[in-house]
Design a binder for this molecule. Sequence first.
Ligand SMILES: [Zn+2]
Length: 335
Amino acid sequence: MTIKPSRQGRASAAPISKARRQVMQWFAGGCACAVCGSANARLLDFDLMAVEVASRTWAVLGRTEYFNMDNGGNIVNVAFVEVPDGVVVIDTGPSKRYGDALRRLIERTVPGKPILRVYNTHHHPDHFLGNQSFDASLIAAPRQVIDNIALEGNGFADNMYRLLGDWMRGTNAVAPTVALQADQEDVGGRRFSLYYLSGHTSSDLVIRDDDTGVLFAGDLAFLYRAPTTPHADIDSWRESLQTLAGIDKSLLIPGHGPSDDKDESLAQTGDYIDWLHGSISDSVMRGLTMNEAMALPIPARFEGLGVVRSEYERSVVHLYPSLEDALYPVIEISQ
Ligand SMILES: [Zn+2]
């Protein structure tokens, strides 16, 4: 299914839909610096590099930043694996330009082998907007991820144009066509285990290469980069982190940050979301405004996480309304 983003003006009197509101929340508080960058003066080239993290397994590691005109949206980790009969790709990056660059990188690294499968871990724009560069019939995700992309993909693409300008040129949201259900899948002579989790979003796919034991954790795991929370359910996220800790693995590739052979990303992400939930709950109970909550100090142990201040501020916007609903007592008013 190809979804074309609306490039029309938005001077509409129609009420803002739930999907649109969720998309706006994803970007809430971000620096829309499309006009202040200097990228117009240089070639828009990602210069992607494949790092062999395990046997015939490559990670393409993005910067631990937020989208800006300098990084062009290259803030995400994607990966690819050579299997006996071809190549398996995990996530496709933030744009057609990135997807094209990734394809060329795969062709250079594993020449002559066909791409057999492309997985999308979840529906956030940095992970799937490169789909267009791949054969849609090979792109697979859980049904809920496909539905989420169909619902919010247009809005994400539209907002990414605003943030990244020409870096996004030609990008349309393309939903996966293969709805995954099985716990394992054989691709080109290699078995992959599939885990259907949630918490970072309503559907987060985790993939393990059963041959090498490399676990591709998507955005359930962040390392040295503050987690993002626009669609987060903290309780489910905690459960998923426990599940991930219990999976036999040789190496974990987080959605953002360096590869991890000690489950450090799981501990760091769990610590951060626990603190975040506790701190924002406390702010709600103390009656602070969102602005007051945003100004609170962040514990020193999180200082090394990329973009922690701005992600924390975004998380206040994301989590405050639902925590107010959950924590404020309901007062019955009788007439
Ligand atoms: Zn991400």
